[in-house]
Design a protein around this ligand. Structure first.
Ligand code: PMP
Length: 408
């Protein structure tokens, strides 16, 4: 009997493995992450990151909750659990959403590994390569990445200082026949702006009339420093059966928990659960139980009130000094909440060039251009005010002023 000799490594031709998917190959990493790496030097006052202030985490309270769930049943806390999430946390999320004016049942809620995963699951459930997806311009960078990775055609909807222009949305829907509109209507990342209630009603009506899914991403809504709450887009007539509402514990508890949630319309439920099974089976059992324990026993609302008080002072410190720091003729907004102020340099100035000079002066921000799905405005920039004390913010603004003048 003869057998084929196995080729020796020296004689065998080496064939490279097959290529990456076209979508993976063509979707870039986040330019903002590269900027953040530059700002991690000690001593830099960074307005670049979108990070919650770590000294405000309720570390003792969360630690006590982890200890309590281990004491109650380590076997359960460390075991596999259901894809949809542990009942205690789904119930707590539903209770909080209902208290905010959107009647929600525990069955409507899927617990996710950060709200970023909720977005990925909705995209998997809805988007085919080539489908049009509408977004605000500018919008959240990692959402742009998620849509591009799915092979979507990302189409920006014209916006003004209050967000989406409903007439422009109606026109884009008629023209593009999109699958969904992705929106961050409250204290948006990167602009900090909030869509007024009347426009939310108009967006919901357009979605109902034209047949459109809505993806409402709301990680910042509870961080309001002044003014009255605006009801979720999901709560407006027409939006009820077609809005995937994404929430997060990252900004009100801690982002390292990686806990988010999705309030999912009935028609999408099975598809997102299957997508989550394929992605990670379920979100960490112990983290979910600890968060549920915390929500049941600690006063999250009181904790968030403290965070809001601290962030309000930081926002005010940034706004108070920005006029001295930015070149004459700059403009900026005054968000009522969230983590970001959005600014625009005068004609002829470029935010990326200012950043180079700013980093040399030990201060940083993020240029706005990468957040645009199309027609980037190189004069824009995003400034986050959450991670530094008012004194440090003052120091950062003095440095920013020097950086701006050094390029005048
Ligand atoms: N959406 C927006 C608009 C965000 O800004 C962020 C985080 N910066 C996320 C989603 C993701 O948040 P999470 O930590 O819940 O995944």
């Amino acid at each position: 009997m003869t057998s084929t000799p196995v080729p020796t490594p020296a004689s065998a031709p080496v064939v490279p493995p097959p290529a990456l998917s076209a979508r993976a190959a063509s979707t870039g990493g986040s330019p903002v992450r590269e900027i953040l790496a530059l700002t991690e030097r000690p001593g830099v006052v960074s307005f670049a990151g979108g990070l919650p202030a770590p000294e405000l985490f309720d570390a003792a309270g969360l630690r006590a909750s982890y200890e309590a769930v281990f004491a109650a049943s380590a076997g359960r806390a460390l075991q596999y659990s259901t894809t949809e999430g542990v009942p205690e946390l789904r119930g707590a999320v539903a209770g909080r959403a209902t208290a905010r004016g959107l009647a929600t049942d525990a069955d409507d809620v899927l617990v996710t590994s950060g709200s970023q995963q909720a977005l990925a699951l909705v995209v998997t459930a809805l988007v085919e390569p080539g489908d049009a997806v509408l977004v605000e311009n500018p919008t959240y960078l990692a959402a742009l990445q998620a849509f591009r990775l799915a092979g979507a055609r990302v189409v920006p909807v014209p916006c003004d200082d209050e967000g989406i222009l409903p007439d422009a949305l109606a026109e884009a829907v008629a023209r593009e026949r999109p699958k969904l509109l992705y929106t961050v209507p409250t204290f948006q990342n990167p602009t900090g702006r909030t869509l007024p209630a009347a426009r939310r009603a108009a967006v919901a009506a357009i979605a109902a009339r034209r047949g459109l899914w809505l993806v409402e991403d709301d990680p910042y809504g509870e961080l309001r420093y002044e003014g009255a709450d605006v009801p979720w887009l999901a709560a407006h007539p027409g939006a009820e059966d077609r809005t995937a509402l994404l929430g997060s514990f990252s900004k009100v508890m801690a982002p390292g928990l990686r806990l988010g949630w999705l309030r999912v319309p009935r028609a999408l439920r099975r598809a997102v659960v299957v997508a989550k099974q394929a992605a990670d089976l379920h979100t960490s059992t112990v983290d979910q139980l600890a968060a549920a324990h915390y929500l049941a026993g600690a006063d999250l609302d009181a904790h968030v009130a403290g965070v809001r008080d601290a962030y309000r002072v930081r926002r005010d410190a940034l706004l108070a000094g920005l006029g001295q720091a930015l070149p004459a003729g700059s403009s900026w907004n005054r968000p009522e909440g969230g983590m970001f102020v959005w600014a625009r340099l005068p004609e002829g100035r470029d935010a990326a060039a200012l950043l180079t000079s700013a980093i040399a002066h030990d201060v940083a921000f993020v240029p706005g251009a990468p957040f645009f799905a199309a027609s980037p405005d190189p004069r824009t920039l995003r400034l986050s005010f959450t991670t530094h004390t008012p004194q440090e913010i003052g120091t950062g603004l003095v440095r920013l002023g020097r950086a701006a003048r050094s390029r005048a």
